[in-house]
Design a protein around this ligand. Structure first.
Ligand SMILES: Cc1ncc(COP(=O)(O)O)c(C=O)c1O
Length: 386
């Protein structure tokens, strides 16, 4: 979804020629990106990481989510959401999505149990979750909200950027995301108290390079430090994001308006004006019609990407939560009593929605003529299938 060009090449060249690719001691590109991205999102703290998974893990550990806790995750997300929960030592509990293709507030309500500590709303495919409802439930039940904003970089919800609404959030900057530096991520929060623990997850040995006297070293972690090359690329990417998303949001609205007189039913939108606009999706009445529609239009089907549905999470289903039994959250004494009995049909309602959802990815470099041709293709297919 991203754009990349000469600015990034120049920025990388500058870093390489400076001879300083390590982030500490120079106040360079990583620091600059962290400050700028925090400001862009409207949050107090941003820590660059090596990936979205490590960012989410740091965000969870910062909120003291760990052994003994259940964390509600949606049936439709990349497996990394559940992996981050396990990496913190907690147990993911899978709950249904609704026709917004994001976690269902009603399913969250129904799933809350005595061990539930947190909710992870995942803003899938650029689509923000119903954050008003989710934050209200969290407040009512004293739960923590860690937003998985990996697939919604730059997206918003009712005027606020995703990632700035919950207690903490994780972003990914891998190859498939709206901003990329190849691989990378960011953990963000407004919670001052969370920062030392988050920072320790990102680099527990930072004290060697910064101020040994004042640096708080809390525990050992693997670390997930970013480099100046990544910081340099992300500073360029941040300059590009808003114009790019504006084009895609515009295209999406144009497509939806042009097809409003057909029988195609767009997915439910939680915040159409602010979402990332990277995907257009329609829910069809039956799976047969969705397959036919796919054949005629070349659409994707949300339930058939091979990696975004809980039924594809093999290590989770098999309780392979760590390389050693003693480190495996599924076997830990503290997690006895957490719900971990996963079944392939446990979120049948989600599977039905996902297998009936046709999806189209947008790109800012598509032309208006291409968008109009797409509309005509969809119109013809809708008339044939519905
Ligand atoms: C929803 C979601 N969460 C988490 C991740 C993990 O990000 P990364 O691959 O950077 O670790 C991804 C990556 O694809 C994702 O799509």
């Amino acid at each position: 979804m991203f754009r990349i060009g000469k600015e990034e090449i120049q920025a990388i060249e500058n870093v390489l020629l400076s001879g300083k690719v390590f982030r500490y001691g120079i106040g360079g590109e990583c620091n600059r990106f962290e400050e700028r991205y925090a400001q862009y999102l409207g949050v107090k703290h941003c820590l660059m990481t090596s990936s979205g998974t490590t960012a989410l893990t740091a965000a969870m550990v910062g909120q003291n989510i760990g052994p003994g806790d259940e964390v509600l995750v949606p049936a439709c997300t990349y497996i990394a959401t559940a992996i981050a929960v396990l990496a913190a030592g907690a147990i993911p509990v899978i709950v249904d999505i609704d026709e917004s293709i994001t976690i269902s507030p009603a399913a969250i309500q129904a799933a809350i149990g005595p061990k539930t500590k947190a909710i992870v709303p995942v803003h899938m495919w650029g689509l923000p979750c119903d954050m008003d409802a989710i934050m209200a439930i969290a407040k009512q039940h004293n739960l923590i909200v860690v937003e998985d904003a990996c697939q919604c970089v730059g997206g918003g919800y009712k005027g606020r950027k995703v990632g700035s609404i919950g207690h903490a959030a994780g972003f990914s900057f891998n190859y498939y995301k709206n901003m990329t530096c190849g691989e990378g991520g960011a953990a963000v929060t407004n919670d001052d108290k969370a920062v030392p623990r988050m920072g320790c997850m990102v680099d527990c040995c930072k004290f060697y390079w910064t101020d040994r006297q004042t640096d708080e070293s809390l525990f050992v972690s693997n670390g997930s430090r970013a480099s100046e090359i990544e910081g340099a690329v992300l500073n360029c990417q941040l300059d590009r994001i808003d114009p790019m998303l504006n084009i895609m949001r515009g295209y999406k609205k144009r497509i939806l308006a042009a097809l409003a007189d057909t029988k195609l039913k767009p997915i439910q939108a939680n915040s159409l004006d602010y979402e990332a606009g990277t995907h257009v999706m329609f829910v069809l009445p039956t799976e047969e019609q969705t397959l036919k529609f796919q054949q005629l239009t070349g659409s994707g089907i949300a339930g058939k990407t091979g990696r975004h549905v809980y039924t594809e999470w093999d290590p989770i289903f098999e309780h392979r939560g760590a390389p050693y039994d003693a480190l495996n959250p599924y076997l830990m004494e503290a997690n006895k009593g957490c719900r971990m009995d996963y079944r392939k049909d446990m979120c049948a309602a989600s599977l039905s929605i996902l297998n009936r959802t046709a999806m189209f990815g947008l790109h800012p470099d598509r032309t208006e003529a291409e968008i109009d041709a797409m509309v005509e293709r969809l119109r013809k297919a809708a008339a044939e299938v519905l």
